[in-house]
Design a protein around this ligand. Structure first.
Ligand code: SAM
Ligand code: SF4
Length: 455
């Protein structure tokens, strides 16, 4: 009989990707199908995030909520995976003794054995080890739109590397996901070809520092990210290529040059900078200066003039003065970022920054964050307005969230455009490309008019 699996995902796209893989592996080995109702589930998994304290605490309050389900259905198994699992290990069971399995981002492929061992022995199971890149050898072949956790129609994600070796002073990722390890070049190409065979036209290459990719070819030669991007773009069937997340230190001239030669690589670059102050960047151990970041942006724009740049910012890092914050605001003005992520600094136990003196009051940090977000919003609106009247090629990912009679497509620079289309043909258009004229900006969303038949 098919068992039901409920997965709750917290945090980044890497986690969403991993949740997809958990569903894949449990479907293939244990005949489990996803449900969106925890009360119907035989197995409940929490795929957690520990990047900020709030995310971590949310997991424990959500765990408390499923406890009554376990009491009502004793056979129900509850698992905690992801970065909180990696950091906390067995202490999760101390706080939540009804948890049956704790597994890390690198051991999710062992879930079937862990769940079975739990059923056989009646004892909780923990595996948060870092077996190097082993998981990709044990995961079933990628299948598009099987679970619908990550994909819009016609596009999907392919993980090309795991972990991070940068050790920014504030960040837990190197401790929760391990050091950078790249998948072999042939394995990545194989996954992409399988997905093309299933109708995928747009791929997002995924990794914690995707542009640090350094993969081995079958003859032992090493290839870099610029090579991989070009090789995938050269495959017939691929129309558009994205990647996330990239690191300024890995933004080589070879990769920048790819923007000039490879139109399939989209005009959107997410390049986190975190701060516009050299002092703070050094304390964060980012390994680059503001000038170096601006030089990258200048060169990328020379290669691809219409590119949209987005970033991550941390506000209120220990020791951030008003002057440091103003330097970040200046960088935002200088670069003209599109839609970006910004967070208040959250001290993470075990990271060097958590030991740094931090005497800026919370209200001051919160005011800075608001100012920064207001400025980014203004810039986001300006980018949207600059697109008015332009013709954009969009991948039609599905129906509009606000009006299911309309379709929603994504532009190369990562904007969603809603547009109407004759009901009779709209379903057949999902997953295909079409040209849309941008006619209106509504808040951050664009509205458009369909110009071409999809292809
Ligand atoms: N590897 C990417 C990079 O460094 O460019 C970012 C990956 S990280 C998972 C995503 C974002 O979380 C970071 O860019 C940073 O802005 C934010 N972040 C990480 N640690 C944080 C902390 N302790 N407090 C607040 N934000 C944090
Ligand atoms: Fe974290 Fe820095 Fe690695 Fe990004 S580069 S994942 S912020 S340690």
């Amino acid at each position: 009989m098919t068992q039901k699996l409920y997965i709750k995902t917290y945090g980044c796209q890497m986690n969403e990707y991993d949740s997809d893989k958990m569903a894949d592996v449990l479907r293939a080995t244990s005949n489990m199908a996803l449900t969106d109702k925890p009360e119907d589930a035989d197995v409940i998994l929490f795929n957690t995030c520990s990047i900020r304290e709030k995310a971590e605490e949310k997991v424990f309050s959500d765990l408390g909520r499923v406890r009554p389900l376990k009491l009502a259905k004793p056979g129900l198994l509850i698992g905690v995976g992801g970065c909180v699992a990696s950091l906390e290990g067995g202490t999760i069971m101390k706080r939540a003794p009804y948890v049956d399995v704790v597994f890390g981002p690198q051991t999710l492929h062992r879930l079937p054995q862990l769940l079975q061992a739990c059923r056989d022995t009646g004892r909780p199971q923990i595996d948060i080890s870092f077996p190097e890149i082993e998981k990709f050898d044990h995961l079933p072949a990628p299948v598009l739109n099987l679970h619908g956790l990550t994909e819009g129609a016609g596009q999907t994600f392919v993980s090309i590397m795991e972990g991070c070796s940068k050790y920014c002073s504030y960040c837990v990722v190197p401790y929760t996901r391990g050091e950078e390890v790249s998948r072999p070049f042939a394995d990545v190409l194989h996954d992409v070809r399988v997905l093309i065979g299933q109708g995928v036209q747009e791929i997002t290459l995924l990794g914690q520092n995707v542009n640090a990719y350094c993969g081995t070819m079958e003859d032992g030669e090493m290839v870099d990210f610029a090579f991989l991007v070009q090789a995938i773009a050269a495959l017939a069937g691929i129309e558009r290529l994205r990647y996330t997340t990239s690191h300024p230190r890995e933004m080589t001239q070879r990769l920048i040059d790819v923007y000039a030669t490879t139109p399939k690589l989209v005009s959107h670059l997410h390049l986190p900078v975190q701060s516009g102050s050299d002092k703070i960047l050094a304390m964060m151990k980012r390994g680059h200066t503001v000038l170096e970041y601006k030089s990258i942006i200048r060169r990328v724009r020379a290669a691809r003039p219409d590119i949209c740049i987005t970033s991550d910012f941390i506000v209120g890092f220990p020791g951030e003065t008003e002057q440091d914050f103003e330097a970040t605001m200046k960088l935002i003005d200088d670069v003209g970022f599109d839609n970006s992520f910004s967070y208040l600094y959250s001290p993470r136990p075990g990271t060097p920054a958590a030991e740094m003196k931090d005497d800026t009051p919370h209200e001051v940090k919160a005011q800075r964050l608001k100012r920064l977000q207001d400025r980014i919003n203004e810039q986001e609106d300006a980018v949207a307005r600059s697109m008015l009247g332009s013709v954009q090629r969009v991948l039609i990912e599905g129906r509009s969230k606000k009006d299911t009679l309309e379709l929603a497509g994504r532009t190369g620079n990562n904007r969603v455009v809603n547009f109407s289309c004759a009901a009779a043909k709209s379903q057949a258009m999902i997953g295909r490309f079409a040209d849309v004229k941008i006619t209106q900006v509504v808040r951050h969303t664009l509205r458009g008019e369909l110009l071409s038949e999809p292809c």
